[in-house]
Write a protein that binds this ligand. Sequence first.
Ligand code: ADP
Ligand code: MG
Length: 271
Amino acid sequence: MRKICIINQKGGVGKTTTAVNIASGLSREGRKVLLVDVDPQGNIAHSLATQKSLNLYHFLSGKCSYVDCVTSLGTNLDLMHSDESLTKIESDFATSRNPTQLFSKQFSDVAGYDYLIFDCAPSLGLLNQNVMLFCEEAIIPVTTHYLPMTGLSGILEAIQDINGHFGHNLKVTHIVPTLHDGRNKTNKNMLAKLEEDYPEITTHPIRVNAKLAEAPASGKSIFAYDKRSRGAKDYGDLVKTLIKSEKPKSKPLEPISMRVQRMMAHVELED
Ligand SMILES: Nc1ncnc2c1ncn2[C@@H]1O[C@H](COP(=O)(O)OP(=O)(O)O)[C@@H](O)[C@H]1O
Ligand SMILES: [Mg+2]
């Protein structure tokens, strides 16, 4: 099970758009995905309708099991949503002996998915530290605009600090340039800088595309809203990149009786 957080302490850089569309794209490729909204603003529940009253807050505070607060959004895709109640978790942290390990503790029981995708709030607070300490991979969306790019080192340092302090190994696997306008000079320069500074992990840019901004209002991913759009092409490519880096599933061990039979057949042939 891959555990991936979509994180950046800046708002409006395309975290939610990226989380929703890679979760949907992966599910369309047959992967079982749980999308977890870790933003108390609860953006995802507004765009992908869910009526469940129980949510991530209830799960984290031990009031329900994950099955009770997960909504199916279609084949292979489930959502654990959030709302403002998630801010109450900060007071649970205050009384907890291990305030950074709550996610790791609660999510350790979650099973049956190929991917857990966490859409983070724009902050570096305890909630996000929890998510970072549970996840193994981080995807950082960053717009190819000047100010958000200058904030990139902040999130990279925060990840380094968390890893160093807790002996964790959260890897930044992809920096995703978002809201990219190839005709704009600053955007072009910023993309070139990203590609120069982080050549191995910078992905193809996600271009500005009105369809990506329209899709949430109709409660759909970009693939359901307009599969021929540039947004669908760009997020489709990102999904392919993620699939390419999947570890091969280990083959189940052959039962011992079969192995013995095969060995015996071999021995007889050699006689
Ligand atoms: N590639 C894109 N083209 C056009 N609009 C986009 C694109 N990516 C995101 N948006 C829009 O930009 C706004 C911020 O994106 P969002 O994913 O909510 O960012 P974050 O979660 O980082 O705050 C939203 O209105 C979203 O619809
Ligand atoms: Mg968001």
